[in-house]
Structure formats: structure tokens, C-alpha cells
Design a protein around this ligand. Structure first.
Ligand SMILES: [Zn+2]
Length: 319
């Protein structure tokens, strides 16, 4: 703490003093975790495993936190494996925020290794997790619980609360700031829930087809069904027979759209779209953003509103 104060004073005096401050810090008991990142000694360093948690943590933490997502832009957060460099970054952080429920294949090994930050926040609570069968019907079964809670704005609120608790634990001095920021994020999520309820309130169709089976919580929330062309994990692909059955079902039902996540491989959705003569519309899983989306300033909220617009079209809802 005293070293921190000294460091701050040095910083205020001159740039040259930064070198001295780093030497001072590296002699402290946290010396092993300093990597020359001077800002790191002033802010709460949080590593996150996926985009919505990065966004929520940034909104709640504000200037008091520095948030790093370990999955590169456009990467697939499902089958990501941390590099040794990622593991060093994670070990040097104060807090790790991850989704849980099997979303991150690497997290259990990390938490068992003892190299994880002391404060580890599982954002998706196991107690509200559900399993969905192939028809999108929810059960409370423990097997293969669906990890995609962030796409339901109401469950996103529970994630925001979990993150807030973790930040308060890491930085009790920031409690008032974190709680205020959290409340305003929760207000926005509640507003988004209202938009979905209104937008999907009166629709001609109750089923939509997606490229990636991520939308079960969201669909269940608003009383519709999501049928995924790929399984829960985009790596698992359906058999040609299942694909043919799906194509037939689409033709028979007169469904006009396939909803495609821009981050996924579009091959299967393209095949279905071609064979059944349907159009594709974007439906973002948000588990990671593309560099394009990041550069154009898209956020959780802007992409969720695009999702709603695609759903309103696909489900032929009254506008
Ligand atoms: Zn997913």
C-alpha cells in the first residue's frame, strides 16, 4: 500500500520517476506479478473469458478496473485454449470473470492449478441453469446445462450482480461506485427485456432456425422456440440425414429465414438456406465480437437490438 502511494507520487512528478517506481514495486511482495504494466498497480485488473462479461465488467467497474478479454477478436470462445502468455496474464490479474456451466473447457484446470486469481467469479449461476432438449424444451437436468445465459436480458441481470459482488470483494473502497454502476446497467437490461417483450409479444410464428444453438434461454423467456442447425457447441455438426430432415421441416412450415451468427462458420446455414430457398438474417451469439463489430462501436445492447429486429422479421411479429 505504501509502495502504491509512493508510486503514485512519483508518477505525478515526472515520467523518469516511473522507472524508480517500478523498481520500488518489484521489491514488494507482489513483485512476481508486476510485468512493467504500471497502470496495473493502480486499478483492479480483471480478465474475462468472453465478450458480454467483458462489457458488463467494464460498465460496472468504470475507471477503477482494467478489463482484458483473453479470447482474441473473432475467435471462438467455445473451443478457445489459453496460451502460456494468456495464463501469465490471468495469473497476474486480481479477478477472473468466466461464464461457467461448461462454456470454458479450460477453466476447471486453471482453477485447480492454483494459478488463478484469488477472486474467481462464475457469472452464470448453476442454480438457475437449465438443460434444453432438441425441441428447445427446458428441464432442470444437470447434464449438459446450457451456458448461453447472457442472451436472456433477465439472466444477464444475475450475471451483472455476480460480477458486482466480485469487484466489491476485490476493491471494497469502490463499493459505492460499483453498486451505482451496476444499478444503471441493470436498468438498461430491464429496459432491453421490455423491448423484447413488446417486440415479440404478438407474432405469427413461434419457431426460428439458428446457426448456433445459443438462444434457448432467450426463446424460453419470450415464449418462442429456437431450433439450432448446429448443436450447443458449434463444433458438433448434424448428420446429413438430420440436415435433410431440417430442410424438409423448413420447407413444410414455410419458414422464410435462417438466423445466422456472424461469428460462426456459415457453411451449414448457407447449405440450408440454399436447399430451402430461405433468406438469412444476423443473430448474434455475442460470445465474441468480430474486429469489425468492435471497430464500429457495437456493444452488447446494440447487437441485442439487432437480434430483436431479426427475430421480429423472422417470426413475423406485429410492429
Ligand atoms: Zn455458444
Amino acid at each position: 500500500m505504501i509502495l502504491n502511494l509512493i508510486s503514485r507520487a512519483y508518477l505525478a512528478i515526472s515520467l523518469a520517476a516511473i522507472g524508480l517506481a517500478m523498481i520500488a514495486t518489484s521489491c514488494g511482495e507482489n513483485g512476481a506479478s508486476t510485468d512493467g504494466d504500471f497502470a496495473g498497480s493502480e486499478t483492479v485488473r480483471v480478465v474475462v473469458s468472453m465478450y458480454p462479461l467483458e462489457y458488463f465488467t467494464g460498465q460496472i467497474g468504470g475507471d477503477r478496473v482494467q478489463v482484458d478479454e483473453v479470447v482474441p477478436s473473432g475467435g471462438d470462445a467455445h473451443d478457445f485454449e489459453p496460451t502460456p502468455g494468456d495464463l501469465r496474464k490471468i495469473a497476474g490479474a486480481d479477478v477472473i470473470v468466466y461464464n461457467g456451466l461448461g462454456f470454458e473447457s479450460w477453466i476447471d484446470a486453471l482453477l485447480d492449478s492454483g494459478d488463478a486469481p484469488d477472486i474467481a467469479v462464475q457469472a452464470s449461476s448453476s442454480s438457475v441453469a437449465r438443460h434444453f432438449d432438441a425441441n428447445g424444451v427446458a428441464t432442470d437436468s444437470d447434464d449438459d446445462t446450457d451456458p448461453h445465459m447472457w442472451l436472456d436480458p433477465v439472466l444477464a441481470v444475475t450475471q451483472a450482480r455476480a460480477i458486482t459482488e466480485g469487484l466489491v470483494k476485490a476493491d471494497p473502497d469502490g463499493r459505492v461506485v460499483y453498486l451505482a454502476n451496476s444499478d444503471s446497467l441493470v436498468d438498461r437490461l430491464t429496459g432491453l427485456d421490455g423491448l423484447f417483450m413488446e417486440g415479440l409479444g404478438s407474432c405469427s410464428r413461434d419457431t426460428f432456425i439458428t446457426s448456433h444453438d445459443s438462444f434457448n434461454y432467450m426463446a424460453a423467456r419470450y415464449g418462442v422456440n429456437a431450433v439450432g442447425i448446429n448443436g450447443i457447441n458449434p463444433e458438433s455438426e448434424p448428420s446429413p440425414r438430420a440436415l435433410a430432415d431440417l430442410s424438409n421441416a423448413i420447407s413444410d412450415s414455410g419458414i422464410g429465414y435462417v438466423l445466422v451468427s456472424p461469428i460462426d462458420s456459415d457453411r451449414l446455414s448457407d447449405t440450408v438456406a440454399r436447399e430451402t430457398d430461405v433468406e438469412s438474417l444476423p443473430l448474434h451469439t455475442l460470445q465474441n465480437l468480430t474486429s469489425n463489430q468492435k471497430e464500429s462501436g457495437e456493444t452488447y445492447f446494440s447487437l441485442m437490438e439487432q437480434n430483436l429486429a431479426s427475430l421480429v422479421t423472422a417470426l413475423e411479429c406485429e410492429q
